[in-house]
Ligand binder design. Structure first.
Ligand SMILES: Cc1cc2nc3c(=O)[nH]c(=O)nc-3n(C[C@H](O)[C@H](O)[C@H](O)COP(=O)(O)O)c2cc1C
Length: 332
């Protein structure tokens, strides 16, 4: 068991004795173990296993029984279990053991590419335009904000954020379009993807973009356009789904999602989860920096109602899940 000190524990030594002080609790006096307690305070600068602590205390303080002190402190709730670390270890282990699943099915991924051309209500986007920007300034000016100006952004700005941040870039017609993987999604994007499988997909919710109505749109990377997938929500409902984050005056929300039913994820098995999250980080950073380069502000958001937001966006939760929301808008 991994343990740590409870939050309000204060260790004092008086001669050979150890004293534990805690708010709202009586002092705990532990005769003869002052030195061991001091060692424990050093060892527990980070949570450790109780067995390791007991052994280390017995070794560094010959004649004492480390286990006795550790158990006493556990009984008194001076030490408390820290279960999150082992749960995270288990979760991470799942992404290490790459198991054998049927790998990418070219037919399936081709169907996904064809799906990109379907859809009734589409929004064709103009070519992206990013004037010369200074990378240092762009990096320094990126800052999460919790207040936006409410100003509408242009369709060109939205196009630039999507194409440059999460798409094929501005020169897509200069290079032949190609998948890295037989039958896989189109590659040569502005962000890297483990194995070129591009598991992260994008929904766009324009809040205030000139000539585009609010609602959830799927961003079709290949054709650089948006397809309407789910109707707009009253703003107060949207804000509630986003745990009251102050996005009322933002101009665009980008919602990054994963489709767990995707067969191409089989190539890396459970590790594909790690790869997908890393990819989402790459896309997000691109988007935030492009926004910064356009003079806009941003807020990355993970605090939202996972299930309800995914449902509102027309996704098949829990197989299709939104993992990250990026709010973009004018500076106040
Ligand atoms: C993965 C991730 C999730 C975040 N989720 C939220 C969020 O739910 N709400 C929020 O207000 N800020 C959120 N943030 C923004 C952080 O609070 C912010 O990046 C941090 O305070 C550093 O400030 P800076 O971005 O201005 O440099 C998130 C940031 C990251 C990277």
């Amino acid at each position: 068991m991994i343990v740590r000190f409870a939050n309000d524990v204060k260790i004092i030594t008086n001669g050979n004795d150890g004293i534990i002080e805690r708010s709202n609790r009586a002092k705990l006096i532990l005769p003869g173990v002052g030195a061991q307690l001091q060692t424990l305070a050093v060892l527990l600068q980070t949570p450790r296993s109780s067995v390791w602590l007991s052994e280390t205390l017995s070794r560094t303080h010959p004649g004492s029984t480390g286990a006795e002190l550790v158990n006493k402190l556990l009984d008194e709730e001076v030490l408390i279990p820290w279960t999150l670390s082992s749960r995270l270890v288990d979760l991470h282990k799942e992404t290490i053991d790459v198991k054998d699943y049927p790998t990418i099915s070219p037919g399936y991924e081709t169907a996904r590419l064809l799906r990109e051309y379907s859809g009734k209500a589409t929004q064709k986007l103009p070519p992206p335009q990013l004037a010369n920007v200074n990378l240092e300034q762009v990096l320094l000016k990126r800052r999460s904000v919790r207040q936006f100006s409410g100003q509408a952004v242009t369709k060109v700005n939205l196009s630039t954020i999507l194409a440059m941040g999460a798409g094929l870039g501005g020169n897509k017609f200069d290079e032949p379009l190609a998948a890295l993987v037989l039958g896989g999604p189109v590659a040569k994007r502005t962000y890297p993807s483990g194995g070129g499988l591009y598991p992260i997909e994008l929904l766009v919710y324009p809040l205030q973009v000139e000539t585009i109505n609010s609602g959830f749109y799927y961003y079709q990377v290949l054709s650089h356009r948006m397809v309407s997938v789910s109707p707009s929500l009253p703003k107060d409902v949207l804000v509630e789904l986003l745990n009251e984050h102050p996005i009322q005056e933002a101009s665009i929300l980008l919602l990054l999602f994963i489709d767990f039913a995707r067969l191409s994820l089989g190539k890396y098995g459970e590790k594909s989860y790690r790869l997908a999250l890393i990819e989402a980080g790459h896309i997000a950073q691109n988007v935030l920096l492009i926004a910064s380069g356009l003079g806009l502000k941003s807020l990355p958001i993970c605090g939202f109602n996972d299930e309800q937001l995914s449902h509102a966006a027309g996704l098949n939760f829990p197989y299709e899940v939104i993992i990250y929301v990026l709010a973009i808008g004018g500076a106040t």
